[in-house]
Design a protein around this ligand. Structure first.
Ligand code: ADP
Length: 552
């Protein structure tokens, strides 16, 4: 913690919530710029929709979703058409406010007319989504899985998945949704923050019982009943890789804007929380991605009415400590050196996650009466380092007010084996055809012009059309301007961002529109691929071409 400001450059910066410090010129930051915005419910749903349009079968792990209020009539129409063609379809939908978390504001409906069209829908847009009515049940209860994923690098893409996760249980036996039980949150919503308030919530000391368990305990149980657990894991790995592929185009736009290529800046990594629901047939479905997953390893216990105490939660400890420890090992700046020289390492951990509040030590200049409390916190912090296996290799920088003992250095070999497993680039080959929007984003970024922006101006769009030779007698530059204005105006009227110009999603829409025009008879993904190759070919032939960002 740096109450008086930071002076020394650091190896690792650990921000509590989001990337927010533009004065970092080296080292590694634990958040990507724009990640919070990219995984919000609406943005995620848009990115998944784009991928579903291109690769419907590959992206059928995300429930069909509509954005409210702008797609209300589309939602109503699509539901009516599906019902007409299949009268036995009796769907349920879940409405989730954008930017909400912990089940906040969520409700279930049976019919589009039940959407609460109050003023709040305008000020607080939402996603309405098909509700998965037949989840896998354990002990008659619905549960979801929280998996931790490390996005270690965006360029080149490197993804790690934690071998174990958490299973969070509902606290009322599940029944398929009916008008009578739609409102029973303890039956339908698996959020820990909601179910903890149910009288039935069971805190357990064991990792395989209670209302929060390890995912591995569920897998053991499924395996003992003959389920194909290997296939389930491989489906989960695909889901994670495909989801991150859907998010990378937007992330790259934010990245080049905050950390322009060629200028000194940090590299980024981030731990993400993936919320996954298993269907009865064991198909994993993505519910959401959390940019700031809770890393708490304790829970509140009510000692007497109104008096609470934080007590350790063995399930959280088992899963989360390993995730943080391995993340630090993987991003360890000295790792390469150590590999070469077999020396042990020092990691300077400078900013603690605010989630670990109980482990926070106070700042410099403490008052005497605070000293005892501070020492207690410090010993907790030391205990935490020990759990991470980093105690012997951690040293605080001079600004911090307390010093950890200078213990002998230990080789990494003394640490437990890694719980984070690399899945990308390991399995990259199977997924490379999905990185199509990424290539569209590379074109977009190339024409953004002035660094620091995320939106394309009309001149940039015209230059793109000219350089890629997309204008001809059938598609005049006047038509290009109309296309730009039409699409940009519509996207900006949705009030997504204040900055004027064409955002990436609008450019993607324009690009798809051009691809349809130019390569009429092909399916959409082939139209887009053909146009990408056409544009890349023309740009490669340009004299004095600038490097495409993201292509090394
Ligand atoms: P929040 O960010 O508020 O937790 P989520 O999208 O995670 O929002 O939804 C909250 C809970 O609602 C999930 O944990 C899950 O139990 C349930 N849920 C969400 N979407 C669906 C869905 N499409 N089908 C079935 N259950 C869902």
């Amino acid at each position: 913690q740096f109450p008086l400001g930071r002076r020394l450059p650091c190896d690792i910066y650990w921000h509590g919530v989001s990337f927010h410090d533009n004065n970092i010129f080296s080292g590694q930051v634990n958040k990507f710029p724009g990640m919070m915005e990219t995984v919000r419910k609406i943005t995620l749903s848009r990115a998944m929709r784009t991928m579903q349009d291109l690769f419907p079968l590959e992206y059928n792990f995300y429930p069909r979703s509509w954005i409210l209020p702008e797609e209300l009539s589309l939602f109503v129409d699509e539901v009516r058409t599906t019902k007409d063609s299949n009268p036995s379809w009796k769907p349920t939908f879940i409405v989730k406010p954008d930017g909400g978390c912990q089940g906040d504001g969520i409700y279930l409906i049976k019919d589009p007319s039940d959407i609460r069209l109050t003023g709040s829908l305008q000020s607080r847009p939402a996603v309405v989504q098909e509700y998965i009515c037949k989840p896998l049940l354990v002990d008659k209860l619905k549960f979801d899985i929280r998996l931790y994923v490390l996005l270690k690098s965006l360029e080149p893409l490197e993804i790690y998945i934690a071998k174990d996760g958490l299973s969070r249980f509902c606290t009322e036996p599940y029944q398929e949704p009916t008008l009578k039980n739609l409102h029973q949150v303890f039956m339908h919503l698996t959020n820990y923050s909601l179910n903890i308030h149910s009288g039935n919530f069971i805190h357990s000391d064991s990792v395989n019982t209670g209302s929060k368990r390890t995912f591995s305990s569920i897998l053991c149980r499924l395996s003992s009943k003959g389920a194909d657990v290997k296939k389930l894991w491989s489906d989960i790995i695909s889901l994670v890789i495909k989801t991150i592929i859907a998010l990378t185009p937007e992330l790259k736009v934010y990245y080049q804007s905050d950390i322009p290529a060629g200028k000194p800046g940090p590299t980024c990594f981030q731990i993400l929380g993936f919320d996954i629901l298993l269907m009865k047939n064991l198909k994993p479905m993505l519910l959401e991605v959390n940019a700031n997953p809770s890393m708490r390893i304790e829970h509140e216990q009510e000692l007497s009415p109104g008096v609470f105490e934080n007590v350790p939660s063995p399930v959280d400890e088992e899963v989360k400590v390993a995730v943080i420890r391995d993340t630090l090992r993987l991003v360890d700046p000295q790792k390469k050196k150590r590999k070469d020289t077999h020396l042990s390492f020092h990691t300077y951990l400078l900013i603690f996650p605010t989630q670990l509040q109980s482990l926070h030590a106070g700042g410099a200049g403490m008052k005497d009466k605070q000293h005892k409390h501070h020492s207690l916190k410090l010993s907790l912090k030391l205990k935490f380092y020990l759990k991470l296996g980093l105690c012997q290799s951690l040293k605080q920088v001079p600004e911090a007010s307390e010093e950890l003992p200078d213990a002998p250095r230990s080789p990494e070999a003394a640490l437990p084996s890694l719980c984070l497993k690399q899945v990308f680039p390991k399995y990259a080959r199977q997924f490379s055809h999905l990185c199509l929007v990424d290539r569209v984003a590379a074109l977009f970024i190339r024409f953004l012009g002035v660094k620091g922006t995320t939106k394309l101006g009309p001149t940039g769009f015209r230059t793109f059309i000219r350089n890629c030779k997309l204008s001809n007698s059938n598609f005049s530059m006047a038509a290009v301007d109309i296309l730009y204005i039409d699409i940009t105006r519509r996207w900006n009227s949705m009030g997504i961002e204040k900055e004027s110009g064409m955002c990436l999603q609008a450019f993607v829409e324009a690009f798809f529109c051009l691809a349809r025009k130019k390569f009429k008879s092909l399916p959409l993904n082939e139209q887009v691929l053909s146009l990408v190759e056409f544009c890349e070919g023309h740009l490669a032939a340009l004299p004095g071409k600038r490097l495409l960002w993201g292509c090394g």
